[in-house]
Design a protein around this ligand. Structure first.
Ligand code: FAD
Length: 415
């Protein structure tokens, strides 16, 4: 058996697997690897000082049901499996969560057919849902604008940072090293080993690499010397909290019918497990991978983005939707107008600014936003190329899928 890595002595200590990224996907993957072989030596590295420092720690905290996704897609399969496993994990580890249900409300005359399609997808994916009559809707959500509505029973809320803390505790107990402040800046594949170096001179040598670097996953593929199959485009999601006295405006998760051509869900009301209600997130382009505010601008990144044909194709296709999102970001009354389509009583005074998140959204060279989860193999490595929402919900299932992929490629000696 190979040795267990430790943050101070990586160079001398070859491990079986190094995982880049201590977000929920990296941690779930390390767990899944150990579930298959508990004698594997694994090191998880992350550039931040804590685990779950980016997407996982800046999301809506929703346990998604699986209603939205095309039946047969990886998203549909892994969201549904992952949701069931996430609830079991929370029950097992005593992590606060609540399956409070979601109401999807038609707000536009064109929404009827889209709602029918969501109902069809939900049924095909085995999600428990029902149509709500006007009376039933108003009984459940007295403040909404009446309209056609679906109640999705299999949706809920959790704090994904708490989930990650529990996952990390299990991993550490099982002997896994989680090394923070380790910014991967070079990767070399030498015979049957992969060497991962940090910018401060530390290094880890492993038999296999798993790339779960989220917003930087394409950079990590490129560091292995392979051209990434898709580029990451960061999309910021901005939130507001509802003032405490106005939290009763929504009792479930309250969503509009999403635009089927856009992979984001439209401004919605979401309860959180700590008792608050937030609205958002929108989806505006970010000018840095970790561009949490408009003023976070990485000029190199922007230049690269503008230099890609895919960006211009994307801009041509989505300029109208994108312009609307940017307008609502910069002009709060426009956001309130959108929210009033769901809850007419919402006012500007009800909203307080809240921290934003940034999504890692992969774009194909054609300019298409990749909707499904995407994994990619290179010599000695598996890369999670696209793991957007509902990847937190689906994380335990995704981790299992990635582990299975890696195990198929293990050497004759089983590693
Ligand atoms: C605004 C928003 C709302 C969302 N809402 C939901 C929701 O309600 N429900 C849901 O299921 N999903 C939701 N998602 C999606 C979900 O949060 C993500 O899909 C999921 O967290 C992805 O996890 P990850 O581990 O791949 O990425 P991350 O959590 O981003 O983790 C990647 C890690 O890699 C590290 N890293 C990057 N580069 C390097 C490097 N060079 N060296 C070392 N480490 C590196 C980063 O520091 C980071 O910790 C939302 C996402 C956002 C942004």
């Amino acid at each position: 058996m190979t040795g267990t890595g430790n943050p101070d002595g990586f160079a001398d200590d070859t491990v079986d697997v190094v995982v880049i990224g201590a977000g929920i996907i990296g941690l779930a993957t390390a767990r899944a690897l150990l579930d298959r072989r508990n004698d594997l030596s694994i090191v998880v590295v992350d550039k931040e000082g804590t685990i779950a420092g980016h997407q996982t720690g800046h999301n809506s905290g929703v346990i998604h049901s699986g209603i939205y996704y095309r039946p047969g897609s990886a998203k549909a399969e892994l969201a549904v499996e992952g949701r069931v496993r996430m609830i079991d994990f929370c029950l097992d580890r005593d992590i606060a969560h609540e399956m409070c249900g979601k109401v999807i409300l038609a707000t536009d005359p064109g929404d009827g057919a889209r709602l029918d399609e969501l109902e069809r997808r939900g049924n095909a994916n085995g999600v428990r849902l029902e149509r709500l009559s006007s009376d039933a809707l108003l009984e459940r959500e007295p403040h909404v604008r009446p309209g056609a509505a679906l109640l999705v029973h299999d949706a809920g809320i959790v704090d994904y940072v708490a989930v990650c803390q529990a996952m990390a505790a299990d991993l550490i107990e099982a002997g896994v090293s989680i090394s923070t402040e380790f910014t991967v800046s070079a990767i070399a594949t030498v015979r049957e080993f992969v060497e991962v170096a940090a910018d401060d001179g530390r290094a880890v040598r492993a038999r296999w690499l798993v790339n779960c670097a989220g917003l930087h996953s394409d950079h990590m593929v490129a560091l292995t010397g392979v051209s990434p199959p898709a580029a990451i485009m960061p999309f910021r999601g901005e939130y507001h909290h509802l003032r405490a006295e106005r939290r009763d405006l929504c009792r479930h998760l309250l969503y509009p019918v999403p635009d089927p051509d856009f992979p984001f869900l439209g401004a919605h009301f979401t309860r959180d497990i700590h008792g608050g209600v937030h609205v958002g997130p929108n989806a505006v382009p970010a000018f840095a991978r970790e561009g949490y505010r408009w003023r976070d601008i990485d000029l190199t990144e922007v230049r690269q983005l503008l230099g890609r044909r895919a960006t211009w194709r994307l801009a041509r296709r989505y300029w109208r939707t994108g312009a609307g999102e940017i307008y609502r970001s910069l002009h709060l009354p426009a956001l309130v107008k959108a929210l009033r389509e769901l809850v007419p009583e919402t006012t500007l005074d009800d909203l307080e600014p809240a921290p934003a998140g940034v999504r890692a959204q992969a774009i194909a060279p054609t300019g298409d936003l990749l909707d499904d989860f995407v994994f990619h193999d290179t010599p000695r490595a598996v890369h999670v190329v696209n793991a957007p929402s509902p990847a937190a919900t689906a994380s335990l299932a995704i981790g299992d899928r990635v582990a299975a992929r890696l195990f198929e490629r293990f050497d004759a000696d089983g590693r």
